[in-house]
Design a protein around this ligand. Structure first.
Ligand code: DGL
Length: 271
């Protein structure tokens, strides 16, 4: 079980989790990763908690078969809804993105007024709020679902005036609450940083991707599973729908061409 040469499993509902993978590869270049994007069933953000749990457990079963040494739930929605089930099921540590994001927000806020943006399912779950309050009871949390951001990012409209207008509408009410830190609680939102920065002004943007990568590194260290040496790792990509489309869309998230993508068959998906 304690073999550090095993890969790390990273999953998301689609390509968005590649923002987390990118941060992981940057921080942990010696590690090998298996990335699964459940593109056949994306988005998770508008699905029921039961469906998100079932999908996440199917992917966990795949990681178990692959013998991963750690599982990273890069998807905020799956982290918000399925983490206890995944932890009970997996024989290895499971890291989500909520707790690292919450920690970073608390480290950054001076006023104790924190904003959260995410999918409908993430915001409805109050998972970020719960994580923040567990760490600091006095924090004030203001949340807002931003369902249009995911399709706008996937359309590539990262700096489009329409995206800016949508950002103004979503963030306006949060800014009225005088937040000074805003958690980007969805895999896609780091790609909107330049627009969000302009709209949010001096509010600190918290990227849970970077924080999650740091949490993974410290957990690997703790468990004695961190790979040492000079040899570079790599990534194997799997998607539950068209691999070519995954590679096309994914290259935008990873910031370069994607190596070969394989088709994964998950239980409950035909084809
Ligand atoms: N990956 C999802 C998240 O971070 C966004 C896309 C979706 O709704 O599936 O919440």
């Amino acid at each position: 079980m304690n073999n550090p040469f095993r890969p790390i499993g990273v999953f998301d509902s689609g390509v968005g989790g590649l923002t987390v993978l990118r941060a992981l590869v940057h921080l942990l270049p010696r590690e090998s990763f298996i990335y699964v994007g459940d593109t056949a069933r994306v988005p998770y953000g508008s699905k029921s908690p039961e469906a998100v749990r079932r999908f996440s457990l199917e992917i966990a079963r795949f990681f178990r078969r692959k013998g991963v040494k750690m599982m990273v739930t890069a998807c905020n929605t799956a982290s918000a809804l399925a983490l206890p089930e995944l932890r009970a099921f997996m024989p290895v540590p499971v890291i989500g993105v909520i707790e690292p994001g919450a920690r970073a927000a608390l480290a950054s806020t001076r006023t104790g007024r924190v904003g959260i943006i995410g999918t409908e399912a993430t915001v409805r779950s109050h998972a970020y709020e719960g994580a923040l309050k567990r760490l600091d009871k006095s924090v004030r949390v203001f949340s807002r679902a931003c369902p249009l951001f995911v399709p706008l990012v996937e359309e590539g409209w990262l700096t489009h005036p329409i995206t800016r207008e949508v950002a103004n509408l979503y963030l306006g009410p949060l800014l009225k609450h005088k937040i000074d830190a805003l958690v980007l609680g969805c895999t896609h939102y780091p790609l909107l940083k330049s627009i969000l920065r302009r709209v949010a002004g001096r509010v600190e943007l918290i990227d849970s991707a970077e924080e999650t990568a740091k949490a993974v590194r410290s957990r690997l260290e703790q468990e004695g599973l961190l790979l040492q040496g000079r040899k570079k790792g790599g990534v194997s990509y799997f998607s539950s729908d068209d691999p070519a489309k995954f590679a096309r869309l994914g290259s935008r998230f990873i910031g370069g061409p994607l190596a070969k993508v394989q088709r994964i068959r998950l239980d409950g998906i035909d084809g």
